[in-house]
Design a protein around this ligand. Structure first.
Ligand code: TGC
Ligand code: FAD
Length: 400
C-alpha cells in the first residue's frame, strides 16, 4: 500500500474556467496560493491519479508534499504549524486539490479540518505541541471517528463510550466509514462519558485493544483509504481527552469547518469536468462538424458554466462571511449541498458529451462522478443538509 506508481506521460491540459472574472475578487496572495497548488496538482496528482484509483491505492507519499505546500490546516494558527491563511485561501486550496481528485481533497480535509482543527481549538497546550506540528507537515496522519455502524446521520445516538478508571478512561465501541483509519497514527474519537456527554478523545495507534480494519470494495473515492475503528477496553490516558469542549457541538463544529472546504472543493471537480467537455466538444467531429456546433451540446456546456459560476459566487461570498466570523453552519450546509449536487450533475453531463469515451480512464469524468457520490453523502447527506436549511427557515425540526 502507498508505493509510488509510475507517472503517466499524458499531458494535463486543464484550463480553469472563470466566466465572471472572479479572479478580480482575489488578492495577489490568493492567486499565488491557487497557482502553486494548481501547478502541484498538474505535476504530482494528474499523472498518477487514474492508476491509484484503478488499483484502489492511497498515494500516501503526497501527504508530506501537501504539508510542504501548506495544504494541511491552511487556516489554522501558524504557532503550531498551521498556515495562518484566510478562509478564502483555504477554500481555493480545497478547490484545486479536488480538481485533481476528491480523494486527495479528502486527505487534506480530514487532516486539517477534522484532526488538526479540534486539537487546535479544543486541545490542551501539551496536546497542541505533541501533535499539531507533525500533522501539519504530513509526517503524522490522523483520522476522525464520529460515524458508527448504526448512527450515521444521527450521531447523537452514538454508543461508543468512555468509563472513568483513575488516570485513564476505558474506551469501548466501534466507528465505521472512517477516512484514513487503517493508516492513521492517531484518531480523534467522539464518545459518550458516563453522564452521556459527548467527549473528544485522542487514540493512538498501538494502544492495546484498538484496531482499524480497512473497508474494501468501494466504487467511489478509491484513491482514499477508508476503514473502521474498533475499541475493546482500550485504556486511554485522561491527558488525551480534549479539555475544551463537551457535547455534540464539538464534532459538529469540526464538520462545519470541513463542509466549508467541500463547498469549494466540489467546484474544482466540476471545473475539471467542464474543461474536459469543452475541449472535447471542439475536437470531436460528427456529421462533419465539431459536436460543439450542435445546439444540444451547447445547451449542456452553457448550463454547466452557468452553474459553476453560481457556485463560485456562493463559495466566494461564504468565504467572505467566514473571514469575518459570520458564516453560519446553516449557510455552510446550503453551499455544501448545492455545490456538490451541481458538480455531480456536471460530471454526468460531461460524460454524455464524451459519448463512449466518457466511460474510460482516458478522461476524468467517471472518476469524478463516482467520487462525488461519496461527497454527496459524507459530511452530512444531501437530504440532511436540505433539512438543516428547512429548519433554519421554518423553525421546525423535521429530522425526528
Ligand atoms: P443539534 O441539537 O442540532 O446540535 C447539537 C449541538 O451542536 C450545535 N451544532 C453545531 N455547531 C457547530 N457546527 C454545526 N454544523 C452544528 N450543528 C449543530 C448545536 O447548536 C447544538 O449546540 P448546543 O450548545 O445547543 O448543545 O443536534 P442533533 O442531534 O439534532 O443533530 C442535527 C444534525 C442531524 C443536523 C446533525 O447531527 C448532523 O449534521 N448530522 C449529519 C452527520 C454528519 O455530517 N456526519 C459526518 C461524519 S464525518 C465525515 O463524514 C467525514 S468525511 C471526511 C472526508 O473524507 O473528507
Ligand atoms: P444513514 O444515516 O443511514 O442515511 C441513509 C439515508 O437515509 C440517506 O439518504 C439519508 O439522507 C437518509 N436519512 C437519514 N436520516 C434522515 C432523516 N431524518 N430524514 C430524511 N432522510 C434521512 N464518517 C466519519 O465519522 N469520519 C470519516 O472520516 C468519514 N469518512 C467517510 C468516507 C466515506 C468514503 C464514506 C462513504 C463515508 C464517510 N463517513 C465518515 C461517514 C459519513 O459521514 C456517513 O456515511 C454519512 O453521515 C451518512 O450516514 P450513513 O451512511 O449511516 O447513512
Amino acid at each position: 500500500m502507498g508505493e509510488t506508481i509510475k507517472k503517466s506521460s499524458k499531458t494535463d491540459q486543464y484550463k480553469a474556467p472563470d466566466y465572471y472574472q472572479l479572479d478580480e475578487l482575489l488578492t495577489d496572495e490568493h492567486k499565488m496560493i491557487r497557482d502553486s497548488v494548481r501547478a502541484w496538482v498538474k505535476q504530482e496528482v494528474s499523472p498518477i491519479i487514474e492508476q491509484y484509483t484503478e488499483e484502489a491505492k492511497c498515494p500516501l507519499h503526497l501527504y508530506k508534499q501537501m504539508g510542504a505546500l501548506g495544504a494541511l490546516g491552511p487556516s489554522l494558527p501558524e504557532q503550531y504549524g498551521g498556515g495562518g491563511m484566510d478562509e478564502i485561501s483555504y477554500g481555493i486550496i480545497m478547490q484545486e486539490l479536488e480538481r485533481g481528485d476528491s480523494g486527495i481533497r479528502s486527505m487534506a480535509s480530514v487532516q486539517g479540518s477534522l484532526v488538526m482543527y479540534p486539537i487546535s481549538r479544543f486541545g490542551s497546550e501539551e496536546q497542541k505541541m505533541k501533535y499539531l506540528p507533525s500533522l501539519a507537515s504530513g509526517s503524522m496522519i490522523g483520522c476522525f471517528g464520529l460515524t458508527e455502524p448504526d448512527h450515521g446521520s444521527n450521531p447523537s445516538g452514538m454508543i461508543t463510550n468512555i468509563k472513568d478508571d483513575g488516570d485513564s478512561v476505558i474506551l469501548n465501541g466501534a466507528k465505521m466509514w472512517i477516512t484514513n483509519s487503517p493508516i492513521a497514527d492517531i484518531a480523534v474519537v467522539w464518545a459518550k462519558d458516563e453522564e452521556g456527554i459527548v467527549r473528544g478523545v485522542i487514540v493512538e495507534k498501538g494502544m492495546k485493544g484498538f484496531t482499524a480494519p480497512e473497508i474494501k470494495g468501494k466504487w467511489s473515492l478509491r484513491a482514499s483509504i477508508t476503514g473502521e475503528l474498533v475499541f475493546e477496553d482500550v485504556r486511554v490516558p485522561k491527558e488525551n481527552i480534549l479539555p475544551g469542549v463537551k457535547g455534540l457541538k464539538g464534532p459538529l463544529s469540526c464538520l462545519s469547518k470541513a463542509r466549508y472546504g467541500i463547498s469549494w472543493g466540489a467546484i474544482g471537480a466540476a471545473m475539471d469536468c467542464y474543461d474536459a467537455a469543452l475541449r472535447y466538444s471542439q475536437e470531436r467531429f460528427q456529421f462533419g462538424k465539431p459536436i460543439g456546433q450542435f445546439q444540444l451540446t451547447q445547451k449542456k456546456l452553457a448550463e454547466m458554466i452557468t452553474e459553476i459560476t453560481k457556485a463560485q459566487l456562493l463559495a466566494w461570498r461564504l468565504g467572505s462571511l467566514a473571514n469575518d466570523g459570520k458564516a453560519t453552519p446553516q449557510q455552510i450546509s446550503m453551499a455544501k449541498r448545492n455545490n456538490v449536487w451541481m458538480a455531480l450533475q456536471i460530471a454526468r453531463e460531461a460524460r454524455q458529451i464524451h459519448g463512449g469515451m466518457g466511460i474510460t480512464n482516458e478522461y476524468p469524468l467517471m472518476r469524478h462522478m463516482m467520487n462525488l457520490e461519496t461527497v454527496l453523502t459524507y459530511e452530512g447527506t444531501h437530504d440532511i443538509h436540505l433539512l438543516i436549511t428547512g429548519m433554519d427557515i421554518t423553525g421546525f425540526n423535521a429530522f425526528s
